[in-house]
Design a protein around this ligand. Structure first.
Ligand code: SME
Length: 159
């Protein structure tokens, strides 16, 4: 397949996701290499939405370890229960943080980050990683992001 994405610029967030999700499905179809797929998913999300940072952390033993991402350099290891990512892991629950400065224990990888969404990647009933997105705008993420990012994680787990 051609690897060019069709990027929508002016449509609503929901329309942008509706256009992007099938393209991500096609991008990762038939590829079972996890790192390759995580890399393309983060690139596609960054290209469509232009968030400050988007990437995966992968559970390795008792820590989250930085995986494929797009954006500024980030902290490499996060403990369970620490920061937004470690909390999403410990609770196996999506965290939407409108103002990261108001989140106790938030780990500031970039001082430009103002809001954040973190979704657990759950295989069976085990959290195997998290998908993290950061924005330089307050309250940038909402239930629409959670809904469609969950779909993207589901596609990943099907592979
Ligand atoms: N802010 C995250 C750390 C990861 S960076 O945002 C890329 C946290 O509090 O867990």
């Amino acid at each position: 397949m051609a690897e060019d994405l069709n990027i929508l610029r002016s449509e609503s967030k929901e329309e942008q996701y509706r256009s992007l999700v099938p393209q991500i499905k096609a991008l990762i179809a038939g590829e079972d290499d996890l790192i390759a797929n995580l890399g393309n998913i983060t690139a596609a999300l960054k290209e469509q939405f232009g968030w400050l940072w988007v990437g995966f952390y992968i559970v390795k033993e008792d820590e989250l370890v930085l995986g494929p991402f797009q954006g500024p350099v980030a902290c490499t290891r996060i403990q369970k229960g620490k920061g937004v990512c470690g909390t999403a892991w410990a609770k196996a629950k999506t965290m939407i943080v409108d103002d990261v400065d108001a989140f106790p224990g938030h780990i500031a990888c970039s001082s430009a980050s103002k809001s954040e969404i973190v979704l657990p990647v759950i295989k069976g009933d085990v959290v195997v990683g998290v998908l993290d997105a950061d924005s330089e705008y307050l309250a940038h993420f909402d239930a629409t992001d959670e809904q469609y990012l969950s779909k993207i994680i589901a596609l990943l787990l099907l592979n």
